[in-house]
Design a protein around this ligand. Structure first.
Ligand code: G6P
Length: 522
């Protein structure tokens, strides 16, 4: 199992692992009961379990099962409390319990100010370099601090302390926990390794300094032993911010090490991957083919149409209106695409309580409608929207059968859709059109068709190039992409992180032994 083999360097870091994320890996919800009358509590409602479909939560689940650790997360399912014990704990997976999910309960005000407020109206736009979209209220910060403390307390309580030299690993995920590492450090001491993976970009110093609490955030994060970003430029930005804002911090720029207040933090990139084996298996399955056949028929997509796909959360960082404008420009300037080209946009609603997200939803609907009104005919619709949740097999079937993917964020930490699309190309016949501003371009930029999402004309030309390139060239590019994506998949990413933690621990033990030796001699 990933990263969990015992080694000569002491216990594997996954032993006693405590993962902390805002979203939970399993959530319990009441099934909607069509027969129940409103206000009628006489019948017991069925509880269903929502499981991770992909990404980190799905990938970490087997690691947690093998490590029998604890996962700390916000319990946001409406039936979460009913199945948890009085401390908010529930064993998962439900059918074969192997580890503990420690739920943290948040009040409506906490959700409002910590999640919708500081996390998603301050840190999210800030880290994506979109300072114009920042909305700041003092109470957002206050509540972010309080909630970080609650998660840090819960994580510290879960660490199993014994007499061994390495007292477990707390692994924080993402920007929801900018302060929690320092709070946890003050509780668990130095024997526990604390690591964090920041899944979104780290901005330039000029952007970062806009944040009123930039100093506190850096102090919080420097309590980690290991801080991971997807790509090197984000690490470099972080170190530049530390250099400018934290007095007395010593930085080893080559190694990515920061020493501050006697504590050392290693800052390194780990370009997150996807579960290529699973995606390939599902993309090549009969179910995937059946989905595609039904989908094409139900959406009246002609068998010989050229199909492009985009899959996104409805977020202003994803460059969806820019992409639709490029499709519009393509249809406008190259009439041969009319009636022949279909763009399938799968979009999932996200963070709708925030005005900027509602505005984006409106803009996307209006832009799509405009293009469809302008070019659509009785038997052809240029843009097909998909809003329903698709099971993994269907999603990968959609990727597998689409001739190209349009991944055009205006800023993105990595963008795993790009890698999932590549992994699903079991016949090597798709093409990836990828934004220069996605972290994935660092890995895939040489073989993808790269674009600037704002350069509408060039974007449309690149779509044309990807469609009309010779099948040999397209296959050559896709083969290279698939090799890259398979070589550093989700397992490799986790192994890299856990392996780095093991190395950090043995370095630390080595340094302690040296220091003890020096004391004895003196
Ligand atoms: C990004 C973040 C994740 C987050 C996801 C969905 O990928 O890096 O931490 O879970 O968006 O957003 P949501 O706000 O729905 O959790």
């Amino acid at each position: 199992m990933t990263g969990n083999q015992p080694s000569d360097d002491g216990p594997a870091p996954t032993e006693g692992l405590v993962v902390v994320s805002n979203r939970e890996p399993y959530s319990h919800t009441y099934e909607a009961d069509a027969d129940a009358e409103e206000g009628d509590d006489s019948t017991e409602r069925e509880i269903q379990v929502q499981r991770p479909v992909g990404g980190l939560t799905a990938g970490l689940d087997p690691v947690m099962q093998a490590a029998s650790g604890t996962w700390v997360a916000w319990g946001d399912g409406d039936a979460d409390r009913e199945v948890a014990d009085e401390r908010g704990r529930v064993r998962v997976p439900p059918e074969d319990p192997a580890y503990t999910l420690q739920r943290v309960w948040l009040s409506d005000e906490e959700v409002e100010d910590y999640y919708y407020g500081y996390s998603n109206q301050v840190l999210w736009p800030l880290c994506h370099g979109d300072v114009g979209n920042i909305t700041y209220e003092p109470r957002f910060w206050q509540r972010y601090e309080e909630v970080n403390r609650r998660f840090a307390d819960a994580a510290s309580d879960c660490v199993e302390r014994d007499d061994s030299e390495d007292d477990g690993l707390i692994w924080f995920q993402d920007y929801h926990f900018g302060l929690a590492p320092a709070i946890a450090r003050s509780q668990v001491g130095d024997e526990t390794t604390i690591a964090q993976f920041w899944h979104i970009p780290w901005p330039s110093l000029e952007s970062f300094e806009v944040c009123p609490q930039h100093h506190q955030l850096l102090e919080g994060l420097l309590a980690n032993d290991l801080l991971g970003f997807h790509v090197d430029p984000h690490c470099a930005h972080f170190l530049e911010c530390v250099d400018a804002c934290i007095e007395g911090a010593a930085i080893d720029w080559d190694e990515g090490r920061v020493i501050h207040d006697g504590h050392e933090t290693l800052v390194r990139s780990f370009p997150m991957g996807v579960d290529t084996d699973r995606i390939e298996r599902l993309a090549g399955s009969e179910g995937a083919d059946d989905f595609w056949a039904d989908f094409r028929e139900s959406r009246a997509i002609a068998p010989d149409a050229t199909v492009a796909v985009g899959v996104d959360r409805l977020d202003y960082t994803k460059g969806i209106p820019e992409r639709v404008r490029a499709v519009e420009h393509l249809l406008e300037t190259r009439p041969e695409y009319r009636g022949e080209f279909v763009y399938v946009q799968k979009a999932s609603e996200s963070r709708s309580q925030i005005p900027a997200y509602r505005e984006l939803q409106r803009e996307v609907s209006e832009t799509v409608e405009r293009v469809n009104d302008r070019f659509g005919t009785d038997d052809w619709q240029p843009i097909v929207g998909v809003t329903e949740m698709l099971p993994a097999e269907s999603l990968y079937g959609l990727y597998r059968h689409a001739d190209l993917a349009l991944v055009s964020p205006v800023r993105d930490g990595m963008n795993l859709v790009a890698k999932e699309y590549v992994a699903a190309q079991v016949a090597n016949d798709g093409a990836l059109v990828l934004s220069e501003f996605a972290g994935a371009v660092e890995d895939l930029g040489n073989y993808a068709y790269t674009i600037n999402p704002y350069a509408t004309e060039e974007f449309a030309d690149t779509i044309h190039e990807a469609v009309t390139d010779s099948p040999t060239d397209r296959k050559r590019r896709m083969r290279q992409l698939r090799q890259l994506v398979a070589a550093y998949d989700l397992d490799a990413w986790m192994d890299d992180i856990f392996g780095t933690v093991t190395d950090l621990r043995s370095d630390r033990r080595g340094a302690e032994t040296d220091a003890a030796g020096r004391t004895e001699q003196s």
